[in-house]
Design a binder for this molecule. Structure first.
Ligand SMILES: Cc1cc2nc3c(=O)[nH]c(=O)nc-3n(C[C@H](O)[C@H](O)[C@H](O)COP(=O)(O)OP(=O)(O)OC[C@H]3O[C@@H](n4cnc5c(N)ncnc54)[C@H](O)[C@@H]3O)c2cc1C
Length: 384
């Protein structure tokens, strides 16, 4: 057995690095161990879209300039399943940074702050009085499980995996685009709805392009997943912008949606990010929620060592409670593509509605009653 760690973090994606960084920020003397089965830099299937809201979290973690050398993407273009279209400058620009770069920078920042980083795949977990023993030899006062969509720790503490109806699957690749392309393009699809394709330009003459849909919709199609994902992405490419090369480095992964979120932990083990099913069910955005929940998990582990789960649940409720209830309802309404057509239609006419939708889809936004009424009215008009 080694000495006791104040915090062991499993998984060094955005949720895990945020937890490790926050713990040392709150208590520079605490002993924090960050474990990942992969060596960094490592790739991760993702659209690489880093919302302005995520940059706000980076600032809270003491890393306000982490993406300063990457060009912002000021414009967002969205086409609804029925063809309603909005293209506008976002209130605060997003960034597109390949995860190979972004995640490695976070891990380096954690290391520089005194976190011990080890390559290690976690396989077992045992509660032992006021401690948790990881893989029989790592003793922790608390564990943050940030091991992603197929979290092993989540299984080990008896929390069931995300149900299929609350899980999406998406593929991403890279392709060449004009170097001055600075528009994030999202094209929704009525076929196998809800489904959409995207092109997110990195700023170096390449774009991250991808396609995703709900897992049950993919199963209904009855073809091999790879055939569906790759085939539909290829068919969508002409709608996604000026793409001038074949798509390379295709890679797919599951997205556990927050509409199916579980209890976020057990005892002294706290689930964060995808392991806690915190992906936005309307957009598939997860990095902001990973950074936020990782930070909150560390605050609970370090600030409330006697009952970290209770403190964590309170923190999550305060930060995301209303937002998550909002997206639960919107995800139900969005089963009808006409609802999204109406929302995009209203957003195209009113800048403040566009900004609000961005906040709901990429941040912790909620829907004021006046906006709900405007979208409902448009939806009914479209139906009439
Ligand atoms: C195709 C696709 C496109 C997406 N596009 C976007 C987007 O544009 N913007 C956005 O915000 N979100 C996007 N998402 C969602 C986003 O990728 C996730 O929400 C985000 O990566 C969650 O971060 P995380 O830290 O919780 O988990 P991850 O980033 O998955 O990190 C988990 C880490 O845990 C490690 N690990 C796993 N098991 C173990 C183990 N047993 N022991 C030790 N380590 C382990 C892994 O190696 C990994 O490094 C997309 C997802 C997909 C699949």
């Amino acid at each position: 057995m080694e000495d006791v760690w104040d915090l062991v973090v499993v998984g060094a994606g955005p949720a895990g690095s945020a937890a490790a960084l926050r713990a040392r920020q709150l208590d520079p003397g605490c002993r924090v161990l960050l474990l990942d089965r992969a060596a960094f830099p490592r790739d991760k299937a993702c659209g690489d879209g880093i919302a302005a809201h995520a940059r706000q979290e980076l600032a809270l973690l003491g890393l306000p300039g982490l993406l300063d050398d990457h060009r912002p993407t000021p414009r967002l273009s969205v086409t609804s399943p029925g063809g309603a279209h909005v293209s506008a400058v976002v209130a605060r620009p997003n960034h597109v940074v390949p995860r190979r770069v972004f995640d490695a920078r976070l891990v380096e920042a954690a290391r520089a702050r005194g976190v011990e980083v080890r390559r290690h795949r976690v396989r077992t977990l045992t509660a032992l009085g006021e401690h948790v023993v990881v893989d029989g030899h790592l003793v922790a006062r608390a564990v943050v499980a940030a091991d992603g969509a197929n979290s092993a720790v989540r299984r080990l503490i008896g929390v069931p995996p995300s149900p299929d109806r609350h899980t999406a699957i998406a593929v991403r690749g890279y392709a060449d685009v004009p170097p001055d392309d600075d528009v994030q393009v999202i094209v929704m699809q009525s076929e196998a709805w809800p489904a959409y394709g995207w092109s997110f330009p990195v700023g170096d003459g390449t774009a991250n392009v991808g396609y995703g849909l709900l897992l049950p919709r993919m199963r209904e199609i009855g073809l091999p997943g790879r055939e569906i994902l790759h085939g539909r992405l290829a068919r969508l490419l002409p709608l996604l912008g000026e793409i001038s090369s074949p798509v390379r480095d295709l890679r797919a992964h599951h997205l556990p949606l927050s509409s199916g979120r579980p209890v976020p932990g057990a005892g002294r083990v706290l689930l964060a990010g995808d392991a806690a099913s915190l992906v936005n069910p309307l957009t598939g955005e997860g990095i902001y929620y990973a950074l936020l929940s990782g930070r909150l998990a560390a605050e609970a582990a370090i600030g409330s060592p006697d009952d970290p789960l209770r403190a964590y649940r309170r923190g999550l409720r305060r930060a995301l409670g209303r937002h998550l209830r909002t997206t639960d309802v919107l995800a139900l309404a969005a089963r009808s593509p006409g609802f999204i057509d109406a929302a995009i239609d209203v957003a195209a006419r009113r800048t403040e509605v566009f900004d609000l939708l961005v906040d709901v889809g990429l941040g912790a936004g909620t829907v004021p009653p006046r906006l709900a009424a405007a979208v409902a009215l448009r939806w009914f008009k479209n139906l009439a």
